[in-house]
Write a protein that binds this ligand. Structure first.
Ligand code: SF4
Length: 234
């Protein structure tokens, strides 16, 4: 357990920025996370200012047609399905939750297009509740670190909720999404990993490539760019 907390503390220092979809209001946060499924964060963040202009609230969104929503989001993957889910989600929030994005896991996952991962991000970022959103990065990195041995995200979420002390739950997704995106990629860059000494992965790649500096500069640039886009997306 002390290793887990120490690892999270190091990663928090290495990746101090909020998650890319940690935005403004619960409505904005929920919609952004729904958009981000199988879509690059940069693409989502770029379309958000126009989207908020067209649909500034869940009430306005609930009155839009699916076609109107599609027209605003057709630059991202699965936009037709996402538009359908958004319309249904907004209608349900208005009719069942008095126009307020709900703040419990049970209520959130009752909404169209909202699974446990999306709900967990919203619970953490908008309502300051403890939850662990397990996406592909969190799943891969925590398995490699040796924190869990899981074959499914459901099992990983359950084990992580048990293993990680509750007051650190909120940090897990924030730091591992970034570590997984930049360093602990498919062929991991262990040579650049700030927590390699605490990692159980057996096939560590510890030799920096010739263009190591370029890679590190590129990571820094991507992270800065993401943060600028995030700040402009509300
Ligand atoms: S040491 Fe390597 S495998 Fe372990 S978390 Fe870091 S990048 Fe991933």
């Amino acid at each position: 357990m002390s290793d887990i907390v120490a690892t999270l503390k190091i990663l928090k220092k290495s990746f101090p920025n909020p998650g890319a979809m940690e935005l403004g209001s619960p409505y904005q946060n929920l919609v952004a996370v729904m958009f981000s499924a199988r879509t690059r964060d940069e693409q989502v963040l770029k379309l958000l200012p126009g989207f908020w202009k067209a649909f500034p609230s869940v009430e306005v969104l609930s009155k839009a047609t699916t076609l109107q929503i599609e027209a605003r989001i057709n630059t991202i993957g699965m936009y037709k399905q996402k538009a359908k889910n958004l319309k249904k989600m907004a209608g349900d929030v208005v009719s069942k939750f008095d126009g307020k994005i709900p703040s419990t896991m049970e209520e959130l996952v009752s909404l169209a297009g909202v699974g446990r991962k999306t709900a967990s991000v919203v619970l953490v970022c908008s309502f300051d509740k403890t939850a662990i959103a397990v996406d592909t990065h969190v799943f891969r990195v925590t398995n490699r670190l040796g924190w869990i041995k899981s074959k499914t995200v459901e099992d990983a979420e359950r084990k992580l909720l048990e293993k990680v002390p509750a007051k650190h739950h909120q940090t897990v997704n924030r730091v591992f999404v970034k570590l997984g995106r930049y360093i602990c990629i498919r062929s991991p860059r262990c040579w650049a990993c700030p927590v390699r000494e605490m990692c159980a992965f057996k096939k560590k790649n510890l030799v920096p490539p010739k263009n190591a500096n370029e890679i590190l500069e590129d990571i820094e640039k991507r992270e800065k760019n993401l943060e600028i886009l995030r700040e402009n997306a509300t």
